[in-house]
Design a protein around this ligand. Sequence first.
Ligand code: INI
Length: 160
Amino acid sequence: MSGSVTFEGRFDAQGARFAIVAARFNAFVVDSLVAGAEDALRRHGVAAENIAHYKVPGAWELPLAAKKVAEQGNFDAVIVLGAVIRGGTPHFEFVAGQAASGLMALQQATGIPVTFGLLTTDSIEQAVERSGTKAGNKGADAAMTALEMVSFLRALDGNA
Ligand code: INI
């Protein structure tokens, strides 16, 4: 008996509300991430009315949109979904890098889980693989992480 205590989340967050903020750019991939996220939440007991969807043009717009949504105070977690696919110019690095750092800064500033379902891939094939084919669905993964983090924060607060 070590007497130690482990705080850990479960995939269960009764009554929690989730925002799914998604980019429209590369919609053929992102729509599958959104569907995967919604499906994961619903199959883990989240009611449809506790899930709200938001869409913005591209990954660059995700941090601002997620910030405004988080600041409304209506959600326990924000799930951010998009796909930045490398092209022949440095554009990819700017968009993906700034989106990632904006989202991390947002999570730290608000204390609300902001999960990172933004694919950053070298090819369209890699993006397709991660949006519901052979490498799983990163939208579903981001949703599961949101669920676990809400539960984790509740455990820390003594409300689990
Ligand atoms: N936005 C994406 O979400 N994915 C991309 O791959 C992408 N590329 O490659 O350009 C992209 N660009 C658009 C960007 O996010 C903004 O919407 C645009 O620059 C206007 O601010």
